[in-house]
Ligand binder design. Structure first.
Ligand SMILES: Cc1cc2nc3c(=O)[nH]c(=O)nc-3n(C[C@H](O)[C@H](O)[C@H](O)COP(=O)(O)O)c2cc1C
Length: 222
């Protein structure tokens, strides 16, 4: 005989997106999907103006070839980053460490097109090797990327574009990577975005080994 188990019903708030305004849907999404990594994106306009802005709708996509994605929310006029990557076809992802968090935040202001956020935040622009936009010297990791696809996901005001880029060169600070190219997460000290003004660090970590499977009984092997 199996063991009887009492199952507590946990009440949920049911939210149908079409019944709430888009800013509230944004609040639910960004409140639940946390912490989000931050792609600090440098780009350049066809006129040669450099630009730097953070995007927390950002992640890795696959490794062969190494691909990353970030998404820009619609704005009128369009965000400089979207205009630049569309026009020039390349960008750099810079990883945000705790040390440069406040500087990253300074670049997120609503500056007019052409403003140089490197200068505004006091960050150093180093020329890219294989792409036109500069990378952020103070970031522990930079990824030079070529745009592979830009998808307009939705043209609505809170809609946006998904930008897929292939990493064509990594720059990793020597002191945080070992001979097997393993990056020390504590030394990287990357921050994540929670919601509103909240951010997290990754100092409180724990490890779990993935289970081996006992295929005959479809359960983790002892
Ligand atoms: C931590 C952080 C994460 C952000 N993530 C996004 C994002 O994922 N998508 C987006 O459109 N804007 C995001 N923003 C807002 C942009 O950084 C902001 O609109 C910026 O001014 C855009 O700059 P640009 O016009 O130079 O491209 C974020 C801001 C901060 C501070």
């Amino acid at each position: 005989m199996g063991t009887a188990r009492r199952c507590a019903i946990i009440e949920n708030v049911i939210i149908d997106p079409q019944s709430i305004p888009a800013p509230v849907a944004y609040r639910v999404l960004t409140g639940a999907i946390i912490p989000r990594p931050i792609g600090f994106i440098s780009s350049i306009s066809t006129a040669g103006d450099v630009n730097l802005a953070p995007f927390s709708f950002f992640n890795a996509v696959c490794a062969e070839p190494p691909m990353v994605m970030f998404a820009t929310t619609n704005r009128d006029p369009a965000k400089d980053t979207l205009v630049n990557v569309t026009e020039t076809g390349d960008f750099v992802v810079n990883i945000v460490s705790r040390e440069i968090a406040e500087k990253m935040n300074l670049t997120a202001g609503d500056y007019p097109r052409g403003a140089n956020e490197f200068a505004i935040a006091g960050l150093t622009a180093v020329p890219g090797d294989l792409v036109r936009p500069p990378r952020v010297l103070e970031s522990p990791v930079n990824m030079e990327c070529k745009v592979r696809q830009i998808i307009q996901v939705s043209s609505k005001p809170w809609g946006g574009h998904l930008i897929l880029g292939e990493v064509v060169r990594f720059h990793v600070r020597d002191s945080i990577i070992d001979g097997d190219l393993l990056i020390d997460s504590a030394m990287l000290d990357a921050i994540g975005r929670i919601s509103g003004p909240s951010y997290s660090t990754i100092r409180d970590r724990f490890d779990m080994i993935r289970p081996a499977i006992d295929l005959a009984n479809l359960k983790p092997a002892k």
